[in-house]
Design a protein around this ligand. Structure first.
Ligand code: PGA
Length: 246
């Protein structure tokens, strides 16, 4: 039985004052799912202080593929573990698109996260043009296979996958439950080709304009094991509402 996970991706939002309120409210909420928040780097210490000892875990939104050294501006996986992080997002579409992260870079980041004991949340998903060209399956398979090739299927025993159709991120457009389920099933089947046990255990989150109003139907799909939540994670009642839809 896979425990549902609802993870917030705050992106580049927040301030010490706003975060304090949000973290307190999330911590105080009751949820039917495991909860996590992925916050901007400067606020990791605040997340750790506010959430330590609670049922909510925290993490970051990106890491360096490098372990240490002359990489100005980068943050290593072991630095995240210093702040008690459980999770780190890798390969979010905004990193792939706006920062030119290739499948190879994402695979290297995934491996770096795991070698430091973090649980990577591997984000994959197709653009609108790719969906309209009927190459969704090819795109998500290619993104997944880059990581399978580098880290091996066993790595997915300690990882999470997030399927985020790029056209649904921050747009208010959500994949229908059937559209999402189709891709989630395809992702699980691809992992199962290498190892059926790992595939049965790996959590596959849906991300892209998930809200309290559409979460229940999405979460009811056989292969949807939770959500990666952007905009709605900035409002405690919405974030908890999604978690309670599980
Ligand atoms: P959204 O973002 O919920 O605002 O669409 C999801 C994400 O980018 O992870």
């Amino acid at each position: 039985m896979r425990t549902k996970l609802v993870a917030g991706n705050w992106k580049m939002n927040g301030s010490l004052a706003l975060n304090a309120e949000l973290l307190k409210a999330v911590r105080a909420g009751k949820a039917a799912a495991e909860l996590a928040v992925c916050v901007p780097f400067p606020y990791l210490a605040q997340a750790q202080a506010e959430l330590h000892g609670s049922h909510v875990t925290w993490g970051a939104q990106d890491i360096s593929a490098q372990a240490q050294g002359a990489f100005t501006g980068e943050v290593s996986a072991s630095m995240l573990t210093d702040f008690g992080c459980t999770y780190v997002l890798v390969g979010h579409s905004e990193r792939r698109t706006l920062h030119g992260e290739t499948d190879a870079v994402v695979a290297a980041k995934f491996a770096a996260a795991q070698s430091a004991g973090l649980i990577p949340v591997l984000c994959i998903g197709e653009t609108l043009a790719e969906r309209e060209s009927n190459i969704t399956a090819e795109v998500v398979t290619r993104q997944l296979e880059a990581v399978l090739a580098k880290s091996g299927v066993a790595a997915f025993a300690n990882a999470v996958i997030a399927y985020e159709p790029v056209w649904a991120i921050g747009t208010g457009l959500t994949a229908t439950p059937a559209q999402a389920q189709d891709v989630h099933a395809l992702i699980r089947a691809r992992v199962a080709r290498d190892d059926a046990t790992v595939a049965a255990g790996v959590r596959i989150l849906y991300g892209g304009s998930m809200k309290p109003g559409n979460a229940r139907e999405l979460m009811q799909q056989a292969d949807i094991d939770g959500g990666l939540i952007g905009g709605a994670a900035l409002v405690a009642t919405d974030f908890l509402g999604i978690a309670n839809a599980c």
